[in-house]
Ligand binder design. Structure first.
Ligand code: S3P
Length: 164
């Protein structure tokens, strides 16, 4: 079972904070997006374009299941992993921490990053919709929430450790 599972929107800093947490705890770091890319030999954007979002979510569910069973360190999930009901059920009983940020912080951090397929058209509007659709799902699976707005990865890391 992972020591900590990080959830939250893309760009919130799950991988940066996840690596800092892993270093601090002396454990490994793993990311389900990386697992999917390695297994598929394609980027996430290519999977979205080739097969669509629902095919990606199925791959993601399998990746989450495998990582929860096979990893003892810090695990970061893709920002949309919580959309899938079965994936949310898999998270029950785990130490899940929700890294949160406000819409304006999200636009500032990732608004121009067209490599993220869900944000290509109108970043601010899409961010607002994503946050509205997902916030309660992050809250549902998490045992703790840490706000990241205007804070450094080191500060966020310390807050995660304090929260657990
Ligand atoms: C997604 C987030 C991404 C990646 C994919 C879809 C989402 O992960 O899984 O592009 O739906 O929010 P990160 O949160 O690691 O960027």
């Amino acid at each position: 079972m992972p020591a900590i599972v990080l959830v939250g929107p893309m760009g919130v800093g799950k991988s940066t904070v996840g690596r800092l947490l892993a270093d601090h705890l002396g454990v490994g770091y793993r990311d389900t997006d990386d697992d999917i890319v390695a297994a598929q030999g394609r980027t996430i954007a290519e999977i979205f374009v080739d097969e669509g979002e629902s095919a990606f979510r199925a791959l993601e569910k399998a990746a989450v299941r495998a990582a929860l069973a096979g990893h003892d360190g810090v695990l970061a999930l893709g920002g949309g992993a919580v959309l899938d009901e079965e994936t949310r059920a898999l998270l029950a009983g785990h130490r899940v921490v929700y890294l949160s940020m406000e819409v304006e912080e999200a636009v500032k951090r990732t608004g121009l990053n067209v490599a993220r397929p869900l944000l290509a058209v109108n970043p601010r509007k899409q961010w607002r919709e994503l946050m509205e659709a997902r916030r309660h799902l992050y809250e549902q699976v998490a045992v703790a929430m840490v706000a990241t707005d205007g804070r450094t990865p080191e500060e966020v890391t310390q807050s995660v450790l304090d929260a657990l």
